[in-house]
Design a protein around this ligand. Structure first.
Ligand code: A3P
Length: 301
């Protein structure tokens, strides 16, 4: 199918920057890689696929999962590479050896990969093999505020005026934003995690913040690498903490992911930051359009 016939939408004033594929709004440049991935990728039983909507704690999850996978090895890769360099996002990286710095088809196992794609768009082999999926969700209001800051940084770097919060709320509530609609994205992974708990682990950013030791132990256990040594969880959490990563030279000065400086991936990491920005009317609108569905499913209240 040619991507030209797929519905397009502008996002924050950039015409045709989103393309609708199977009911979800993908960043237009991610459509070709996503469809290539869907038709060509053969999952292996020992693959671990991290999945998330934008701005829900992806960077943190990448750092933690990579550190869990490499635990016991000497050195600390996080001091040399931004987590997005260590764990590629499938639809942003090239998907063939033609134009890639990380060939996902050749990477030796166990492979640790990431995607923002919704569950329904994942390749059949990911769904049908024994590979594991770890999804991180975040409450919609904090996600929106994090997205607003992040995209405005890109917009301003491109010489445009920042987008108003009203406009950001409009896009979020209508579901017309990268990888949206938000509630459908979370709902798909949530339902799969209920159906196949041994296959899909569903994490919440808020629970990672409130009980990090329990959550990092769950991730490690799920990945088949339980934390058995005294102090192992604490060490991993320190290694991957926002404060530490933010201040590492590679993240404070590096520039590895698209147009963004690495520093843009580390902001406040505060649960409830939305209270500093959203009016009660905005909150109500988000609740009605996004929150109620998540509430009905028992994901967020
Ligand atoms: P805020 O913008 O609310 O601060 P993503 O990684 O999916 O892009 O999500 C970005 C959000 O996760 C940002 O939230 C960022 O500050 C936060 N974050 C990044 N690294 C983190 C870490 N190591 N621990 C906790 N939160 C982190």
């Amino acid at each position: 199918m040619s991507n030209d016939i797929l519905p397009k939408a502008s996002y924050w004033g950039i015409p045709d920057s989103l393309t609708q594929l199977d009911g979800f709004w993908l960043i237009s440049t991610a459509v070709d890689p996503a469809t290539t991935f869907r038709s060509n990728f053969n999952a292996r039983d020992d693959d671990v696929i991290l999945a998330s909507m934008l701005k829900t704690g992806t960077t943190w999850l990448k750092a933690l999962a990579h550190s869990i996978l490499k635990k016991g090895e000497s050195g600390d890769p996080l001091t040399k590479d931004n987590p997005h360099n260590l764990v590629p996002t499938l639809e942003f990286e090239a998907l063939s050896s033609a134009n890639t710095k990380f060939d996902i088809y050749d990477a030796s196992g166990p492979r640790l990969l990431h995607t923002h794609l919704p569950y329904s768009i994942l390749p059949g082999s990911v769904k049908n093999s024994a590979c594991k999926i770890v999804y991180i969700a975040r409450n919609p209001k904090d996600t929106l505020i994090s997205m607003w800051h992040f995209y405005n940084a890109i917009v301003v770097m491109g010489g445009q005026e920042p987008v108003s919060l009203d406009e950001a709320v409009d896009g979020f509530c209508s579901g017309v934003h990268p990888f949206g609609p938000f509630s459908d994205h979370a709902a798909e992974y949530w339902l799969e995690s209920r159906r196949w708990p041994e296959k899909v682990l569903f994490l919440k950013y808020e629970e990672m913040k409130s009980d990090p030791k329990r959550e990092v132990s769950r991730i490690a256990e799920f990945m088949g690498r339980p934390l058995t040594k005294e102090g192992e969880a604490e060490e991993l959490l320190w290694r991957c903490s926002l404060e530490r990563l933010k201040n590492l030279e590679v993240n404070s000065t590096g520039h590895d992911v698209g147009p963004m400086p690495n520093a843009a991936f580390f902001r406040k990491g505060q649960v409830g930051d939305y209270k500093n920005y959203l009016t009660s009317q905005m909150e109500e609108r988000i609740h009605q359009t996004v929150g109620l569905k998540l509430e009905a499913l028992g994901i967020f209240f």
